[in-house]
Design a protein around this ligand. Sequence first.
Ligand code: AMP
Length: 299
Amino acid sequence: MSVLVVGSTALDSIKTPKAENPRLLGGSASHAAVAASFFAPVKMVGIVGKDFPKRYMDLYRKHKIELSGLQIAEGKTFHWSGEYETNMNNRRTLATELGVFETFSPNLPESHKNTPYILLANIAPSLQHHVLDQIKNPRFVVADTMDLWINIALSDLLKLIKRVDAFVLNDSEAKLLTNEDNILKALKKIHRLGPDYVIIKRGEHGSILSGPSGLFIAPAYPLQRVVDPTGAGDSFVGGLLGYLAAAKGSIEKNLRRAIIHGSATSSFCCEGFGLTQTTKITPVDIQNRVAQLEQMVKF
Ligand code: AMP
């Protein structure tokens, strides 16, 4: 079954203590769609400007991502730049230039409206709502977000959280959203906002799933060298939903394995700038890391 991904389609300029790379392929939708494509057919919805390099379109195509929902508009592609400290958990945004996103309205082609698995990757909650309004009978809807929307679009975000099956955010965002320092208390509060499943991303420390059958504590795949973690959260959720779309049986039964597949997929993202490493791997590489993770947590 297929996955529909909506989110940002961007050019990212990324600076780490060791290197600097301008205008890489980035954006929450790009990372999530490529990650999901290792498991299931993907339709991506977004917008790019006329400056969007052809080689990046070719990369989407290499991953068989269906692009009829990707608008190409007059103007500049969304551009984000960020800088990492030596401790790669710390990042600051240097600039966000909205470009064509300023007037973006994600209108879905008819062929997209019956997609069963929906990933509302990080983008303004009003746009996530607009996509959801057009979807008919989805099987599972996951939404991701970022601190910016908690700060400037809280009321839209709270309405969105009510409409999704799973809500994904990182631990500092969970604390910001709930005013709770304790993650268990934060989880409880987020469930009260609506979703059956809440997934907290914790970077190199993995993730926590909270759902009807309790908690699942998932590891991240341990890496000796992190080159650039940009997009790891998006890859995680893309891999997770791609796996769910391809798996047989209930969501409840498959979600833990889906999370481990998300962890394994996102580990590759951290090993190269932007999507450089993720676009080089194969499903077998992901399966190998899933098998290793399985060994590491067995007791
Ligand atoms: P992550 O590292 O998972 O937080 O995701 C980083 C990606 O988010 C980058 O590829 C950016 O292009 C994208 N991004 C940054 N700021 C925004 C924003 N305000 N809205 C949507 N996407 C964004």
